[in-house]
Design a protein around this ligand. Sequence first.
Ligand code: GRF
Length: 203
Amino acid sequence: TRVGVLISGTGTNLQALIEQARRPSSCAEIVVVISNRPGVQGLKRASMAGIQTRVVDHKLYGSRAEFDGTIDRVLEEFGVELVCLAGFMRILTGTFVKKWTGKLLNIHPSLLPSFKGVNAQKQALQAGVRVTGCTVHFVAEEVDAGAIVVQEPVPVLAHDTEESLSDRIREAEHRAFPTALELVAGGSVQLGDDGHILWKTQN
Ligand code: GRF
């Protein structure tokens, strides 16, 4: 499966996906990495891995629709079949999400539906939960609300700060996202017409 990865920054999740796609057993081939911000470390990671990169700088577009339209054109140019949002910090328009429904995965640093939105790690600390985690889900029009593919629990420790907890969650992300990528790229899991996960029985 031809995979496009969208990033905005460091790209540690991208790095985990690159390493997963390199495995001989992988069903995924990352064919392009697109960043909405120039010069970020994630772009260097892609180039080091020999993957083509594009920058689509959201500041250069007058509207979300035009920005999303350019992203869409790049994905089509590379024949992308599955899109992974790996630390991508933009909200995509309904038109884009509709077109890529069932082919768009996102990672969120909490056990959805708990702690949607930004600073999910901080929300968990403030709520006093003893277990949080990360979620890989299909992107739906409602933010952080699509069908869940993979989750991994992460303990909250007594002296955790937002940073120490985020680091521990990110380690889980680097396992969860590659697992979800293979499930979807390999056809074990797809998004059903009812918006729920459909596990394909492998005949
Ligand atoms: C991660 O913390 C992830 O939970 C969130 O964005 C951050 C991106 O990290 N979606 P990286 O760019 O993949 O290192």
